[in-house]
Design a protein around this ligand. Sequence first.
Ligand code: HEC
Length: 468
Amino acid sequence: MGFIFLMNGGILDNPPDVVLFFGRFHPVVVHLPIGFLIMAILAQLATRWPKYKLLEIYLPLMWLMGAFSALLAVVFGYFLSLSGGYDEDTLFWHQWGGIAVMLLSFGCYLINKKSSKILSIPKWTMVVIVGLLLMFTGHMGGNLTHGATYLLEYAPNPVRNMAGLPSKVVPREKVTVLDSADVFLDLVLPMMQTKCVSCHNEGKRKGGLLLTTYADMMLGGESGNTIIPGDAIKSELVRRITLPMAHDDFMPSEGKLPMTDQEVLLIQWWIKMGAPPSGYVTQLDKEKTLTSLVSNYLGLDKNSLFNKKVPLPNQAVVETLLGNGFVINPLMKDNYFLEANFSLSEYDLKASDMDTLLELKEQLVWLNLGNSNIKDAYLEKIGLLQNLVKLDLSGNEITDHGLKYLSKLENLESLNLYGTKVSKGVLELVPHLTRLKKIYLWQSEVSKETITQLKEQYPGLTIIFERD
Ligand code: HEC
């Protein structure tokens, strides 16, 4: 009675940690019998040639090492199986295959011991059977960890078809224009494939959850609320990927590479939109709040500016700026893009310097005018430097009046307004700066409310507001 109780309600359903601990060693230990037994099999077959006859005396030892390490692997494997989540059929065959290998190895030990006359089966048949069983068991074990389709994933189609698998699906073409990006097929599914399916596949179904196809994802796992279309907050999947990483429930578990902030945002958005099986991002995203996030994620927003050939800068203009206190540097080896920096200068910036800068309109991509006593009026000229990618205006007395001049800077990716007097005006500027990725607003007059509003409207934008 007591024993039955133990098996049914106790140790099996709730294995103590130490058991699970040893279970985790199964994948390591299992390589020992594989090695020993292959060695024994080869040695056994080799003794059929007179040249290798002398190996015979070592055979019992080899088989015994194989058998005992197989026993260890069986015990640890059993412990591991108690942690659950494995495909039952595959587990059944793997488990009994392993036990058979172990028993037959002891058998091979016995028939090789000179003294024993218990078995008179031809040795080589036993050996071949152990070899085949070993392969079978190993293969089943591989299916358990990687899923049944793992081995032949990249096999040629005829091989796949022979194994009863469908021909390889032609991989989805890489998205090259934002308008062709599909919310599920190009965003959500690839994320699952890289970060989640290693544990949520046919063979491993952890938490009862499969993340391999849309249908399986929607079926969900044990919680019953894995994905609730339209309600990201109540969806268990979102909870799992937004927990602190140290939390027991955090996914992916076991320290695997977590989702990035961008990925989390995209999944939350997809669920909010009703978790559709497909649909163009640009059509679903009516307010265009995700445009920059998605194109950034898919690597579509490489600034084509840098592919342009710009002419050699006018040397006299460069000399004038250098003389007026600017530091000017070429940015790349194979073109003429320039960086200009006045932030460390001892000179005073003059209004006429703005006109001189304009003569480098094509070449100037980085401009640092931090702490340079810039006035709102100066920004009118700066707003004409259309190739600017990075602009630093920190520490200047500029306000919203000046900001509006910057709305033509379509290449701008980074804008530093740290320590300026700008406030709500950023709300009107940011929509024009379609490439903007980063904006510094710390110690400006921008209010917390404005920041919240910006964050909501532009989830892909990095806003530096307060120090962490
Ligand atoms: C290293 C293995 C591993 C990886 C990788 C992994 N998971 Fe899990 N997952 C588990 C295990 C084990 C469980 C069951 C235990 C638990 O509930 O915490 C689980 C459970 C879950 C559950 C709860 C199932 C339900 O609805 O009841 C969700 C949701 C989940 N995982 C999502 C994910 C997502 C999303 C990823 C990818 C970011 C991921 N997992 C990656 C191992 C993993």
